[in-house]
Design a protein around this ligand. Structure first.
Ligand code: CP
Length: 314
């Protein structure tokens, strides 16, 4: 059985909660030797700071070794080697492949040509399941549960793979999503159909102000994805459509947390950073524990083994 993680949409509610428990266990004890002898390959065909470094931190803290590349220009893909052959080759060297690729479907394709597990670290505008795992963990940690939440998705809902991924993974938890995007970047029809087919409530707003977000439990801000635009004039027109400032949080619910997958540009003013509702830097930190859970799960290491693990260092 191939244990690849291409999307979280196919996971059961119990499996998601199980991975959250595993993340909690790793947050309690992140430094262990449970992956001693394993090799994790990180293949990044697109730039990354958080995803690559937190996967590598996750692997290193568990005693695995890491190989890989951060720029495809230094690989034989520049000589014309296909993704197919690159995956075949790396499968000879590593126990798990973490891959980010600019093509939608690339991770699924990779998982079909190798026996070793692939973890999708983002495929074009499609999915970003490890980001979603850390988002779910962050929501669970801050709200105490995942059920019946009002989640506001703001910014680039067309190209933002993190919002697509999160929307699909939340289907078991009766969320109400609120979509706030410029017309050009609204949530694609296929995801609205997904919501309808899965009884997920959603509301579309045209304004972004303190009254609109007063009911939010989670305010999930996103960057406009310049790299996905073919028309840069259009990017310039829409890039600063919705900006969150501190004064807009006056009516926020006590439990509101502001998330952002990062990197941020101007969509969250720096005056929000010290507001107690801001959670995006802690969210990124949670990525280490959520990714430790994903790596162990694809390597078939159970929560029970992790709880009984005798290799804890501190
Ligand atoms: N959130 C996220 O994917 O960040 P990076 O692009 O820096 O990995």
């Amino acid at each position: 059985m191939n244990r690849s993680v291409i999307t979280l949409a196919n996971l059961s509610k119990d499996k998601i909660l199980y991975l959250i428990k595993m993340s909690e266990e790793f947050e309690r004890h992140p430094n262990r030797r449970i992956l001693e002898g394993k090799i994790v390959a990180t293949l990044f065909f697109e730039p990354s700071t958080r995803t690559r470094l937190s996967f590598e931190t996750a692997a290193n803290r568990l005693g695995a070794r890491v190989i890989g590349f951060t720029d495809p220009k230094v690989t034989s893909s520049t000589k014309g080697e296909t993704l197919h052959d690159t995956i075949k080759m790396v499968s000879n060297y590593a126990d798990v492949i973490v891959m980010r690729h600019y093509l939608e479907g690339a991770a699924q394709y990779a998982s079909e040509i190798t026996e070793i597990p692939i973890i999708n670290a983002g495929d074009g505008s499609n999915q970003h399941p490890s980001q979603t795992m850390l988002d779910l963990y962050s929501i669970y940690k801050t709200q105490g549960h995942l059920d019946n939440l009002h989640i506001y998705l703001v910014g680039d809902l067309k190209y933002g793979r993190t919002v697509h991924s999160l929307l699909m993974a939340m289907r078991h938890f009766n969320p109400t999503f609120h979509f706030i995007a410029p017309k050009e970047l609204e949530m694609p029809e296929e995801y609205k159909i997904y919501c309808k087919n899965n009884q997920i409530n959603f509301v579309e707003h045209t304004n972004f102000n303190e009254d609109i977000i007063a009911d939010a439990d989670i305010l999930y801000m996103t960057r406009v994805q310049k790299e996905r635009f073919t028309d840069l004039m259009e990017y310039e027109r829409v890039k600063d459509s919705f900006i969150l400032s501190n004064h807009m949080l006056r009516k926020a619910k006590d439990n509101l947390k502001i998330l952002h997958p990062l990197p941020r540009l101007k969509e969250i003013n720096m005056d929000v950073d010290s507001n107690p509702h801001a959670y995006y830097f802690e969210q990124a930190h949670n990525g280490v524990f959520a990714r430790q859970a994903l790596i162990c799960d694809v390597l078939n290491i159970s929560l029970e083994e992790i709880i009984n693990d005798k290799t804890i260092i501190n």
